[in-house]
Write a new protein. Structure first.
Length: 142
């Protein structure tokens, strides 16, 4: 079961697409690009995060911005990797990673787990920072 008790093929597809995007060796189909654009647009609209904050985070300058934190949470929530206990479903996310990431991503994801925070947005933000610190290849924002 995925986030909020819903087992949804669309969420699994989104997870697969996100994992695919993490690997720079994979080419993107128009459908994958459209899905990521939709995910991005929906989470930007929901949180009000500035595009610059996302771009800066992608470059490694991960600002302590409440809207950016909730954007990160939105991405994970929308792809269905936040469970009912508000923790990242690490095993579920690892299970669908592309083969190209299986050598390095699982160890980072298991090590980072779900970091603590003052709320769920802060915890997911701290988890993203953990990914970046451990291995930049595991960090991605659409």
């Amino acid at each position: 079961r995925t986030s909020r008790g819903v087992n949804c093929p669309l969420k699994m597809f989104k997870i697969l697409v996100l994992g695919s995007l993490l690997s720079s060796v994979l080419a993107f189909t128009e459908e994958q690009i459209a899905m990521m654009n939709s995910l991005h647009s929906g989470c930007v609209s929901q949180t009000g995060v500035a595009e610059d904050a996302i771009s800066n985070a992608q470059a490694g300058n991960i600002a302590d911005d409440p809207k950016l934190k909730c954007y990160m949470k939105c991405i994970f929530d929308e792809i269905g990797v936040i469970d009912d206990d508000e923790k990242i479903d690490v095993d579920g996310a690892i299970a669908i990673l592309p083969e190209e990431m299986q050598e390095f991503a699982p160890a980072v994801m298991k090590k980072c787990g779900t970091q603590s925070g003052t709320d769920l947005c802060d915890a997911i933000y701290n988890t993203f920072k953990c990914y970046y610190a451990a291995d930049k290849r595991v960090f991605f924002l659409p």
